[in-house]
Design a protein around this ligand. Structure first.
Ligand code: COA
Ligand code: MG
Length: 296
């Protein structure tokens, strides 16, 4: 199971050159795509190329994205690729999940493949929330079998609700001008809230303007502040910024360790003052989560 998922690089399945580049990168998870970055005429080629890449991939976080359950590609994406490279795949990104039934369909296919191969290992499902209906059904989706994370698919979600995008590149761009505050706050917070209530990861959409690293940093900081665990990248030059934003700083770690030490030194006290600030059990829990996240 993938432990740390600060960055996930989306890599078009049919482009071998990019696979190599992704394998050499410092990304936490490589997501080999068969869906929207692959043109219709290259769907079969993408499956073959992904299998070839996975055969030589060294252990690391690997996801594959299949086409949506309502397409004619989905079941073959799963059967061909998972069958051929089962032990190399940590999770499957299921796009455009509208309800728990979509997840059950994929989970049942995986049950069959696992049973045929006699595998005990378990492939997780990353449910991509990209429609008004998906948001409406978040709780049942989060409760469906194998779901490991909820992923925000901003471009398709925008299309689904009819929101006007200045560009299709994702939130963060000219946001203040378009809507004071942050217009994705509701849906992003809802995804985080549901994910955390079900012990899942929450992963944010990619930022499309890949040449603008300052805006990427802002976008990543917004999702990090809201409680997301990581963010997708669409270009290798975005990985470093995302990894940095979603990693605690040295100062954060030092402060958390200081808080844990202070709490330990004062047993029997619910709340104590540390450096002029109140810390209580909630603060200690936050500090412990941060220290633990560095260890994994
Ligand atoms: N994964 C791995 N390698 C990538 C990559 C990716 N997503 N995007 C670019 N690269 C590689 C290029 O192959 C190139 O390699 P080289 O230096 O060995 O030639 C290098 O990074 C620089 O690429 P660049 O020329 O800056 O990008 P581009 O103009 O060729 O492509 C995009 C730009 C946006 C089209 C491309 O990054 C891409 O296809 N991204 C993924 C899109 C995707 O997955 N969409 C679905 C996400 S929801
Ligand atoms: Mg999408």
């Amino acid at each position: 199971m993938i432990k740390r998922q600060r960055s996930t690089l989306s890599v078009p399945g049919h482009l071998e050159k990019m696979h190599q580049k992704a394998l050499e990168s410092s990304v936490d998870v490589i997501m080999l795509d068969m869906e929207d970055s692959v043109p219709t005429e290259s769907k079969q080629e993408a499956r073959k190329q992904i299998i070839a890449t996975l055969k030589k991939a060294t252990p690391r976080g690997i996801s594959i994205r299949v086409n949506g359950v309502d397409t004619r590609y989905c079941f073959r994406d799963v059967i061909e690729v998972v069958h051929a490279a089962y032990e190399k795949i940590d999770s499957i990104v299921l796009p455009k999940v509208n309800n728990a039934g979509d997840v059950h369909f994929l989970s049942r296919l995986l049950d069959g493949i696992e049973s045929e191969l006699g595998m005990q290992y378990y492939i997780a499902i990353d449910a991509s929330i990209e429609s008004a209906m998906g948001v409406e059904n978040l709780v049942e989706i989060a409760s469906a079998p194998r779901v490991h994370s909820l992923v925000f698919g901003i471009a398709d979600y925008s299309a689904s609700i009819g929101a006007r995008l200045r560009s299709m590149s994702g939130h963060g761009e000219n946001e203040q001008e378009i809507y004071p505050g942050h217009r994705w706050n509701y849906v992003m917070s809802k995804i985080v809230q549901t994910a955390k209530a079900h012990n899942l990861l929450a992963i944010d959409a990619p930022y499309g303007n890949f040449k603008d690293l300052d805006e990427l940093e802002k976008s990543a900081k917004i999702s990090c502040a809201l409680g997301f665990d990581g963010k997708w990248a669409i270009h290798p030059n975005q990985i470093e910024t995302i990894n940095e934003v979603f990693s605690p700083t040295k100062e954060d770690i030092a402060r958390a360790e200081h808080i844990l030490k202070a709490a330990k030194a004062t047993p029997g006290r619910g709340a104590v003052a540390v450096d002029g600030r109140m810390i209580d059990k909630a603060t200690v829990r936050l500090a412990q989560i941060l220290v633990d996240s560095v260890k994994c």
